[in-house]
Design a protein around this ligand. Structure first.
Ligand SMILES: Nc1ncnc2c1ncn2[C@@H]1O[C@H](COP(=O)(O)OP(=O)(O)O)[C@@H](O)[C@H]1O
Ligand SMILES: O=C(OP(=O)(O)O)[C@H](O)COP(=O)(O)O
Length: 393
């Protein structure tokens, strides 16, 4: 990585504004998955050990520029205190007199968590005044929020214009792992793209065709491709205005010698529920009033074979509606194949990471990215504003 990191800067006695991605799932005031908090611990612990005064800033959810009680960061401060083994002071603002007072009472190695930065309308607008307010709190800016690095916001991009700005360890690790995977990949290199967000992911598919040896398509987005091949897809997910692009990408894959794998068979259901009637059908035989909700057994077998022969596999997006037990086998099968694969395995955030956790394969994967949207944009070849803004080495 060509950006400075916390190793390249003097931190002792410095006030550090450290942007983290603590956008974690919560239920009834409790953090239900602290993966992102744990992922930021190496950076926080290093800042503490170096004798910095550590101010952490994060967003939580999408409060749209105003305070929302359920989106306060108090439960996060509590969990972080437990994980760090030291008290984390939490303020109810992200800047202003209460924050100034709390900072004035800090000693080297203390940790403070500021309130949800998205309570301020200037955050998502990347308002220079808000960025200046954040910068006024500190001597150094650290960005460890890989999951939010694709956002050009006041606490991810704007503030970096006013302070020495460096990356934290999580940011560095994510960029190194994803970067080297894409730059000089071990081959065969296989990408598995699934999920439901056809619009978000179709651009990634285009970019990946230039890089991979095998492209495996599953999940809801497969059916736009199936339709493009001329088959009926019943009530399955379809993005009508992407059919031409789907055709174009399949043609491009062929020209480039990329193996393009589509479902051979699917599980169709007559209802979006666990109690649906289901059938296994070949891809050219989806009944008109049924919906394809998972890949079928022949497909799982084929995909597992390709995964096992790969030296590098990137996976983003489930193979079916894995939240429903009835349609979870495809996602489970792919996760299982990845868990025993000899090649390097990278899971690209979001639902795939949740699926890998759910089926207990997390510790068998080589890298589970903390960013869904961010890792996708990175793989698409886009520059991430939160990274661009950091100081070059
Ligand atoms: N065949 C399908 N039909 C409808 N939805 C699907 C299908 N396969 C997967 N999905 C849904 O896709 C969602 C995840 O999509 P997406 O957000 O694109 O993935 P990710 O979060 O991994 O990037 C899941 O909620 C899953 O139920
Ligand atoms: O959870 C996040 O996105 P992700 O689910 O795509 O990883 C990040 O915290 C970014 O959040 P945002 O999409 O509200 O800007």
């Amino acid at each position: 990585m060509n950006k400075k990191t916390i190793k390249d800067i003097e931190l002792n006695g410095k006030k550090v504004f450290c942007r983290v991605d603590f956008n974690v799932p919560m239920q009834e005031g409790e953090v239900t998955d602290d993966t992102r908090i744990r992922a930021a611990l190496p950076t926080i612990q290093y800042l503490v050990e170096q004798g910095a005064k550590v101010m952490l800033a994060s967003h939580l959810g999408r409060p749209k520029g105003e305070a929302v009680e359920d989106l306060r960061l108090d439960p996060v401060a509590k969990r972080l205190s437990d994980l760090l083994g030291q008290t984390v002071t939490k303020t109810d603002e992200a800047y202003g007199s209460e924050v100034d007072q709390a900072i004035s009472e800090m000693e080297a190695g203390d940790v403070l968590l500021l309130e949800n930065v998205r309570f301020y309308p200037g955050e998502e607008k990347n308002d220079p005044e808000l960025a200046q307010q954040f910068a006024n709190l500190a001597d150094v800016y650290v960005n460890d929020a890989f999951g939010a690095a694709h956002r050009a916001h006041a606490s991810t991009e704007g503030i970096a214009q006013h302070l020495p700005a460096v990356a934290g360890f999580l940011m560095e690790k994510e960029l190194d792992v994803l970067g080297s995977a894409l730059e000089d990949p071990n081959r065969p290199f296989t990408a598995i793209i699934g999920g439901a967000k056809v619009k978000d992911k179709i651009g990634v598919i285009d970019h990946l065709i230039d890089k991979v040896d095998n492209l495996i398509i599953g999940g809801g987005l497969a059916y736009t491709f199936v339709k493009a091949l001329g088959y009926e897809i019943g009530k399955s997910l379809l993005e009508e205005d992407k059919i031409d692009l789907a055709n174009e990408y399949m043609k491009k894959a062929k020209e480039k010698g990329v193996n393009f794998y589509m479902p051979l068979d699917v599980i169709v259901g007559d209802d979006f529920s666990n109690d649906a009637n289901t059938e296994v059908v070949n891809i050219d035989s989806i009944p008109s009033d049924w919906e394809a909700m998972d890949i079928g057994p022949k497909t799982i077998e084929k995909y597992a074979e390709v995964i096992k022969e790969s030296k590098l596999v990137i996976w983003n997006g489930p193979m079916g509606v894995f939240e429903l037990e009835t349609f979870a086998n495809g996602t489970k099968g792919v996760a299982e194949a990845l868990s025993t694969a000899e090649g390097y395995t990278v899971i690209g955030g979001g639902d795939s990471a949740a699926a890998v956790e759910k089926f207990n394969y997390a510790d068998k994967m080589d890298h589970i990215s903390t960013g869904g949207g961010a890792s996708l944009e990175f793989m698409e070849g886009k520059e991430l504003p939160g990274v661009v803004a950091l100081n070059d080495k």
